[in-house]
Design a protein around this ligand. Structure first.
Ligand code: SF4
Ligand code: SF4
Length: 368
């Protein structure tokens, strides 16, 4: 049971790690934001990551994502992979990156599985090998071990213990796993954004390796890339039959920043821009939204705002709602309740969204 340090309310859906309820965070953000900043700084320091995006006047600029770090001599950018070495920006190149990968048999639990060629055969025969789920084929799941967000509930946080310590891995080793039965690549993480130049270059090599055969390129990202990079990612997905899946973690700044340590302006702006680009290929959908139903924080107000935002761009954009599992710093919240999930589905329906799916249903509880 958590207690809000502002209004004193107690509930299972208030995390002591955050220390405040969603209503107070939204209402009294100006008063509370320094507290929230301190929490995020401490959780980053624990992994040797920069506590804030570096802003050195004479620092080397990196423009790959919304942070636009200016990195002082010898230091790293916020993501922890790009470094100022003797006045030059050094990091993962086209040939090597902080990455790991595995072959995942299709159909799989990808967040877009309910609408994509691999999970449903959508786009057959141009973009899928089979008219239904691609059984017998596999997804090359590529995990980029760095991130430019700081989500307190990161489901894959273990990468933080490895990314700075291990040398980059050669792309040739990964290319050897683009076997005949691989029909898609899914870049995820961490986040693929900070290492997207490597991902784009690898996708070209992998497509050449496959000859003219179908190889979809998909991304699971927080969507905060430099807009030019986000466009390049979308172009690759459009021509290959893949999709860009953007995690819309919350809508209001106080909730987004409390959960993820950063704002969401770039994510929302990129989503809006990519919705326009994606309109040229509605089937299979090239842009997909996903949202984790964090108890107490991704609440009715956030879900209403997110549903309204997505449907204002197009009610055809699929939305994948995912049940939450307590982990990392947010290990003091329950899993998503049935009531919460039903409310999210009803909100999506009331905004006219046509393709909505609820994932991780086995986690649903009756807790609140
Ligand atoms: S990718 Fe983003 S977080 Fe990383 S160094 Fe560049 S601007 Fe900073
Ligand atoms: S990687 Fe893309 S095509 Fe493959 S299962 Fe995931 S969303 Fe579908």
């Amino acid at each position: 049971m958590g207690v809000c340090g502002y209004c004193g309310k107690s509930a299972f859906t208030i995390s002591q790690k955050i220390g405040f309820c969603a209503s107070c965070l939204r209402k009294y953000w100006e008063e509370l934001k320094e507290e929230i900043k301190k929490i995020h700084a401490a959780t980053r320091k624990a992994f040797g990551l920069p506590e804030e995006p570096p802003r050195a006047k004479e620092g080397v600029p990196c423009n790959l994502c919304f942070h636009r770090c200016r990195i002082p001599e010898g230091a790293f950018g916020y993501c922890g992979v790009w470094q100022n070495q003797a006045g030059r920006l050094k990091g993962p190149g086209p040939k090597a990156a902080h990455v790991s990968w595995y072959l995942d048999p299709l159909p799989t639990n990808c967040v877009a599985d309910f609408v994509c060629p691999g999970g449903t055969g959508a786009g057959y025969p141009d973009f899928a090998y089979l008219p239904g789920p691609e059984r017998g084929y596999a997804n090359l799941a590529v995990f980029y071990e760095a991130c430019n967000f700081n989500c307190l509930y990161c489901q894959n946080w273990h990468f933080k213990t490895r990314s700075l310590k291990q040398p980059p891995v050669s792309a040739e080793k990964m290319l050897a796993d683009v076997k005949d039965h691989v029909s898609c690549i899914c870049y995820f993480g961490g986040d693929p954004g900070p290492q997207a130049p490597h991902a784009l270059s690898f996708a070209k090599a992998a497509k050449a390796h496959k000859g003219g055969k179908i190889l979809r390129v998909c991304w699971e990202t927080n969507g905060a890339e430099n807009p030019r990079l986000a466009q390049a990612m979308m172009r690759l997905s459009l021509v290959s039959g893949g999709c860009v899946k953007i995690d819309l973690k919350a809508y209001r700044q106080p909730i987004h920043e409390s959960l993820c340590g950063v704002g969401n302006e770039q994510t929302l702006a990129n989503f809006r821009m990519l919705a326009q680009l994606a309109a040229v290929r509605p089937h299979p959908p090239a842009l997909v939204a996903s949202t984790l139903l964090v108890p107490g924080y991704v609440d009715e107000e956030e879900l209403e705002a997110l549903a309204s935002f997505i449907s204002s761009l197009s009610p055809e954009i699929p939305w994948s709602l995912l049940a939450f599992y307590p982990t990392f710093y947010l290990d003091d919240l329950p899993t998503t309740s049935r009531r919460h999930a039903e409310m999210a589905l009803n909100i999506a329906q009331s905004h006219g969204l046509k393709h909505v799916n609820l994932g991780n249903q086995h986690l649903l509880s009756d807790a609140y």
